[in-house]
Design a protein around this ligand. Structure first.
Ligand code: CP
Length: 302
């Protein structure tokens, strides 16, 4: 993992995931460690973020590192027409590591190809969000005691939801069964079904949400990604198609947990927040430990 960029969840192996999760556990027990003393991390957010940006910032601060960067591309020379390649080739001179979120699919791969320092993909368009996946794996392992043989329900925008794409690939290493719940317009892309077929893994597709969660271990809710729709009317048609309500939790398994990468819009009603199954805010905290583990691994500090 040392000096390797994390662009896609495929860049890491199952052993890499497990090593990161072990390290995340260590950071959860002891978060303040001066491993990044003297190091500079560039944080380039060309797209809005709350959790990813601030949990990376927290992780870097807790590791004693320094941060440069921007959270609004309009304050960078991108607004003057500078290319992503030139931006990365410049910033790589200043920092030991670059964390980047960008609206274009493939942008993180391009950045990794021109950068002399490792790139961590903090989300590239509708493609991938691998650091979210590692914190999701950590959250699943913590709540279930295992990653193996789980029944995972992925609900909502399975077409544009990059967190779903990365999570599916990672959980395929642990013999998961997948239930895809989406309106027809936001179905999981065929390439992911083909991927599961090739691995011989079971999956089911649903359009109705109510009354199907009785055997779920994890219900992973997602927001309909308004920013990825070219036609606002198409968004209006599907934006509130699934709303998880408190009474829908009756009859679910005791171990079942609800995850959501957040931000939430309407897809989980607020009365679910106080249920034993709600885990999305602890999940967001796990992002700090997982990102500490990722940074420490990539920079060879652990
Ligand atoms: N989960 C996630 O990526 O949230 P933000 O968009 O707030 O970073």
């Amino acid at each position: 993992m040392k000096n390797k960029s994390l662009v896609s969840i495929n860049d890491f192996t199952k052993d890499d995931y497990l090593r990161i999760l072990e390290l995340a556990k260590e950071f959860e027990k002891d978060p303040n460690q001066n491993l990044l003393d003297g190091k500079v991390v560039a944080s380039l957010f060309f797209e809005p973020s709350t959790r990813t940006k601030l949990s990376f910032d927290t992780a870097i601060n807790r590791l004693g590192g320094r941060i440069i960067g921007f959270s609004d591309a309009s304050s960078s020379s991108t607004s003057k027409g500078e290319s992503l390649k030139d931006t990365i080739m410049t910033v790589a001179n200043y920092a030991d590591l670059i964390v980047m979120r960008h609206p274009l699919e493939g942008s993180a791969r391009l950045a990794s190809e021109v950068s002399q320092v490792p790139i961590i993909n903090a989300g590239d368009g509708a493609n991938q969000h691998p650091t979210q996946t590692l914190l999701d794996l950590y959250s699943i392992q913590k709540t279930q005691g295992t990653l193996e043989n789980l029944n995972i329900f992925l609900v909502g925008d399975l077409k544009y939801g990059r967190t779903v794409h990365s999570l599916l690939i990672a959980m395929s290493e642990f013999n998961a069964t997948f239930n895809f719940v989406s309106p027809p317009e936001l179905r999981i892309p065929d390439e992911y079904k083909q991927f599961l077929d090739n691995k011989g893994l079971k999956y089911y597709e649903h359009t109705d949400f109510e009354g199907i969660m009785h055997n779920a271990d994890i219900v992973y809710m997602t927001r309909v990604q308004r920013e990825r729709f070219s036609d606002p009317m198409e968004y209006e048609k599907v934006k509130n198609v699934y709303v998880l309500k408190r009474d829908m939790l009756e009859g679910t398994k005791d171990n079942m947990k609800i995850l959501h990468p957040l931000p939430r819009v309407n897809e989980i009603s607020e009365d679910v927040d106080t249920s034993d199954q709600a885990y999305y805010f602890p999940q967001a905290l796990n992002g700090v430990y997982a990102r500490q583990a990722i940074i420490a691994s990539i920079l060879g500090l652990k």
